[in-house]
Design a protein around this ligand. Structure first.
Ligand code: ZN
Length: 636
């Protein structure tokens, strides 16, 4: 929650502070409506909203809780200035230098020096993201002079602000050193294992994911434990009962994080990508799994080798399809959590479940088709792919997070198609079927995630009536959108060549700025193929309007006959598209099996609710012909 007084203080201190309105409205029906017009920082900084005007109904228990309205200013629409990439920072961060001591009872004692530069004139108040449990004890400037700061009770406005003695001059570099300590960053999970609870607020974070900067990180921890951090290891030493390690990021990154525990290490080189891979695993099971007969048979050492082999395959695959990342090292670390993974720049947290083998999985989750088995199968390639999606290419706003999560999910599918050997088909089809179900399955209110709104709405898809809509649209539908582009760009002659060129261009052109839906669309249009240019204007408006900004999903019916006439094999196909509006266009892939499994033979263009027939001549008699054979096109 914002500290309203501190925000107001910031405005009062700066006579040139951009105009804003904060209105807190108590009505009969709605007790806590909040209306914001904030031209400079955006209406909802918590959401990194590029929009300036917002109306929120704050009612966590109620069914109408949430963002009711969020929009750019009228002026911006009139002058074509509305954009997800508007500058929201008041200060730019040039670097963090953080020294952290972790005590035996997981208490943190830290000193962080943040170097900044003011982006607008007159600003005196800096707002940081910092876990309210971490209490600030002192703030000083470069000269050692104490600075005022605001940090109220952790139960109220726990957010943290620093007040500069005079307004920061534009262009001048300032550094501020903050001392803080507290708990709740780490929680013991068992003998030698810990949950890292505060993921991005364990240090005073000025601009969140919206900015990349350099980090210099030193950790001092009880000697028996290891820290595996973002960055490159510069040195290790032992001081009395403490192990000290020093890490520096060679390139600017959006966030710093670390993993911590009693880890053993395994290494695997990769001569293809040049990546250096290290796997870290825990020697003991976390307490809550100690009684599990099945998990006690876990062999983390050999499963780490397996995870590293998967990592290597995925790094090679992503390198080939998307181009290089700025990193040359990757640390794959086990975490005691069971059902989620997370990716940092050159550091990955894998859940314990990723270290189970197929027999253990089968015994733990029953049928091999369960959604959880799917999760375990996808988690390593998904998290590794985040080195590209999220870390090499960031996202500009909540509208654009599908470019990270959806693309990482797509990459997990790519892994199942390309990296698992000749029996890939079944798992690959199941992967897309699982994603399709996530998008279309109705909840108790009769609402499917897809009904909650367009992919582009991101986190705003979540509402009391559609709690899982963000998860079940951003990830799977985002993956479908990229796969559908790939499918349309595929040609029998050049295969994925056009798609690969597009993806390389996308990564290369976003090395120093986050991607937005619009900037991705521009790259896709740059690489548009003749077949997918349905409007014959070089634009992909039709595709993005349908799949990214819209919610329609077509239903297909497909029939075919094969005839041999004068030695020629004629394929006669009929396709019906329904449950869409009259403008809904699509290019649906057709496949044929000539004895070695289904291969793409072309695309079937179709518009509106209609039936079309097409006749083609085939060189060889196919065993079978099918539409969308691998389920990579989203259909009802
Ligand atoms: Zn992800």
């Amino acid at each position: 929650m914002d500290n309203v007084d501190a925000d107001l203080l910031a405005a009062i201190y700066n006579p040139r502070h951009p105009q804003f309105i904060n209105a807190y409205i108590r009505g009969k029906k709605h007790q806590d409506l909040r209306f914001f017009v904030r031209a400079r920082v955006g209406a909802l900084p918590q959401l990194d909203s590029p929009e300036e005007v917002g109306l929120i109904n704050y009612d966590p228990e109620g069914m109408e809780d949430g963002v009711w309205y969020l929009s750019h200013l009228q002026y911006e629409f009139q002058h074509h200035l509305a954009s997800s990439q508007e500058e929201r920072r008041l200060f730019a961060t040039h670097g963090y230098k953080i020294e952290t001591i972790i005590s035996k009872n997981q208490h943190l004692f830290s000193t962080a020096t943040v170097t900044v530069q003011a982006l607008i004139p007159g600003e005196r108040v800096m707002k940081f993201g910092l876990l309210p449990n971490l209490r600030v004890s002192r703030v000083i400037d470069r000269e050692g002079q104490d600075l005022y700061y605001v940090q109220e009770s952790r139960k109220e406005d726990g957010s943290f602000y620093v007040v500069l003695p005079v307004a920061a001059e534009i262009g001048k570099e300032y550094s501020i050193t903050i001392q803080y300590s507290g708990d709740k960053v780490l929680e013991q999970a068992g003998e030698g294992s810990f949950y890292v609870r505060a993921r991005s607020s364990w240090y005073p974070n000025l601009n969140g994911f919206g900015e990349r900067t350099l980090y210099d990180l030193t950790y001092k921890v009880p000697r028996r434990y290891k820290v595996i951090s973002v960055g490159r290891l510069q040195g290790e030493s032992v001081e009395q009962d403490f192990a000290v390690s020093h890490w520096v990021t060679p390139t600017p990154v959006a966030v710093a994080g670390f993993n911590y525990g009693d880890y053993k290490r395994l290494e695997l080189p990769d001569t293809v990508t040049g990546y250096k891979m290290s796997g870290y695993y825990l020697s003991e099971l976390p307490d809550r799994f100690r009684n599990s007969e099945i998990l006690r048979t876990l062999a983390p050492g050999s499963m780490t080798k397996y995870a590293l082999e998967q990592t290597r395959a995925q790094l090679q695959l992503c390198n080939y399809f998307f181009g290089k990342t700025p990193y040359d090292e990757i640390f794959i670390t086990e975490q005691p959590d069971f059902n989620f993974g997370q990716s940092w720049p050159n550091l990955v947290y894998l859940p314990l479940s990723a270290y189970t083998d197929s027999t253990q999985r089968w015994m733990l989750f029953g049928g091999i088709n369960s959604r959880f088995t799917g999760f375990v199968q996808e988690v390593t390639p998904h998290e590794v792919a985040h080195q590209w999606w999220g870390h090499s290419v960031g996202w500009a706003s909540y509208h654009d997070q599908w470019l990270s999560e959806g693309f990482a999910e797509f990459s997990a599918g790519l892994f199942l198609q390309q990296a698992v050997g000749p029996d890939w088909r079944k798992d690959y089809i199941e992967f897309w079927e699982r994603l399709r179900k996530r998008i279309l399955e109705k909840n108790n209110f009769g609402i499917a995630p897809n009904d909650a709104g367009a992919l582009w709405m991101g986190l705003r898809l979540m509402s009391p009536h559609s709690e899982n809509a963000y998860q079940n649209v951003t990830y799977p539908k985002g993956a479908y959108v990229l796969q559908m582009l790939r499918s349309m760009m595929y040609s029998g002659e050049d295969q994925d060549k056009a798609f690969i060129a597009m993806m390389h261009d996308f990564v290369a052109s976003h090395s120093d700025k986050p991607a937005s839906t619009e900037s991705f669309k521009a790259i896709a249009e740059k690489h548009i193929t003749r077949d997918m240019d349905l409007q014959r204007n070089g634009k992909l408006d039709w595709f993005f309007n349908e799949w990214v900004y819209g919610t329609q999903i077509p239903r297909y019916k497909f029939d075919y006959q094969l005839q041999t006439e004068a030695g020629k094999i004629k394929l006669h196909m009929t396709l019906t598209q329904s449950e869409v509006d009259e403008h809904f266009a699509m290019l649906v892939p057709v496949f044929a099996d000539f004895g070695k499994g289904m291969v793409p033979i072309g695309h079937f263009p179709i518009v509106g609710n209609s039936t079309h027939t097409v006749e083609v001549v085939l060189p060889v008699q196919p065993k079978k012909v099918a539409l969308n054979a691998y389920k990579e096109i989203l259909e009802r």
